[in-house]
Structures are given as C-alpha cells and as structure tokens.
Design a protein around this ligand. Structure first.
Ligand SMILES: Nc1ncnc2c1ncn2[C@@H]1O[C@H](COP(=O)(O)OP(=O)(O)OP(=O)(O)O)[C@@H](O)[C@H]1O
Length: 226
C-alpha cells in the first residue's frame, strides 16, 4: 500500500500541474499528485472551490485548462477507451432514469460498461437495501433510495478507479456504514477511490487532497491607461 510505506503500490493516476477553471475563471492551479492502487483519497475544499469540477475533469467529462492526467503512465488522451473501461464515476446527480425500475437502470449500466463487470443485479440491489423495490419505477422512490440505485453499481463494477461525488448524500446511517465497508473492500482489492463528502468519512488512512493548497494563479492584468 502506498500509505503503508514499505510495499510500493501500482501507480494508477498521475495529476500533473492541473489547472481547472469555470467560465475562464481559474478555480485551482498547479495540482500535482500521484494516486496509487489501494488508496482512498478525499478531495477537500469549501463550497465552490472546484471539487466537483476536478472530479468531472478526472472522469473525462471536462478538460483541464492546463496540465496533464495520466492513467497507468499514459496520458488519458492516448488511452481513452482503456481509461473509460477502468472507471466508475458516480456524480452529484444519481444518473438514474426515473421512468425505469432499479433493475432496468442497472441493466443499462451493465450494457454501457460491457466487459467491465459481471454480477448479480438483484444481489446488488439487495446489498444497498432495495430488496423488494427491484421492479418499481424509480419515480416512486425516495431521494435516498434513488441514490442507493446509483450506488448499487459499486457491487457490480470491476473498474479499479472509482470517482464518487458526495456518495453519502441522502443515505442513512446504516447505508453510510455499508458504503464505507464497500469502499474499504474495493481498495483492499487494489482499487483506487477518489471522493468528495461534506459529511465526515470514517475510512482508515483516508488521504486528503485539499484544493486550498493549490490556489488559482491570477494572471497579471495590464490596466488601461488614461
Ligand atoms: N454549470 C456551471 N457553469 C458555470 N460555472 C459553474 C457551473 N457549475 C459550477 N460553476 C462554478 O464553478 C465553481 C466550482 O464549482 P464546483 O461545483 O466544482 O465546486 P465544489 O467545490 O464542488 O462545490 P460544493 O462544495 O458546493 O459542491 C463554482 O464557483 C461555481 O460558481
């Protein structure tokens, strides 16, 4: 494990001098980090500091204004397919189709990530406490249950890299404990978890990555002369 210090874990994700911006306004600059198999990483920073923007960028939904992202030593731009197959991204919104049932939503996920996992969808729904809700349209579920449908992917996925934006939102205490256990299991098996959470995360050896340590570089402006 990288955190243990003795055994060198495989380097999975390299962030090299990243700058991310929204509407041409830099949020953070010069973010450099090496993330290894077995690590649990929490992105920290106040509201609006760019945590979601960073996760979306890492997931390939956005592009950095500057810098480089490498997957297993290769720029992601040069191994996009392999990278996509290695990634499970669960964003802020649960990404669930309301008209479909939980089982149908999971079937979509399985079809879209062909080859990246096999497993029992019914069992996955049971693991997230949705036994008996498999065939009910998702528009009839509560916010926490909807979130659980999204999280059921964690029990199907074989992707090593999990990027999770606020996975604990709307989840009750038992659900949070189950989720923490699943994240630990994944990293013990050599996975890498990168997450954000405004709630306390009770995971051992959780590595903080604070965006406040990478303040945006402000370009010097040339003032108008009068
Ligand atoms: N769709 C958007 N269009 C333009 N700017 C946006 C958009 N979404 C977010 N921003 C801006 O980008 C900045 C970073 O937003 P982001 O969601 O990445 O922050 P965050 O650290 O995840 O915040 P929070 O803790 O509130 O979830 C914010 O200041 C916000 O104003």
């Amino acid at each position: 494990m990288a955190n243990g210090g003795t055994i060198l874990a495989e380097l999975l994700l390299t962030l090299e001098n990243l700058t991310c911006e929204r509407d041409e306004r830099p949020l953070f600059s010069g973010l450099t980090a090496q993330l290894h198999a077995g690590e649990r990483v929490q992105i920290l920073g106040p509201n609006g500091s760019g945590k979601t923007t960073l996760l979306r960028t890492l997931a390939g939904i956005g592009v950095p204004a500057q810098g480089r992202i490498e997957w297993r030593g290769t720029p992601v731009s040069a191994c996009r397919w392999a990278f996509r197959q290695s990634l499970l991204y669960i964003g802020h919104a649960p990404g669930i189709k309301a008209a479909l049932t939980p089982l149908e939503n999971l079937a979509w996920y399985r079809a879209l990530s062909a080859g990246s996992q096999q497993g029992d969808m019914v069992a996955a729904l049971e693991r997230v406490g949705l036994a008996g809700y498999e065939d009910i349209p998702c528009y009839q579920l509560s916010a926490g249950q909807l979130r659980r449908v999204a999280l059921a992917r964690l029990y199907l996925s074989r992707a090593p890299l999990w990027i999770l934006d606020e996975p604990f939102t709307a989840i009750d205490q038992k659900g949070v404990a189950d989720l923490e256990q699943q994240l630990q299991h994944h990293t013990r098996e050599g996975g890498l978890v990168i997450l954000t959470s405004h709630q306390e995360v009770r995971l051992p050896e959780l590595r903080p990555l604070n965006l406040l340590d990478y303040p945006p570089r402000v370009e010097e402006e040339v003032g108008d002369e009068y």
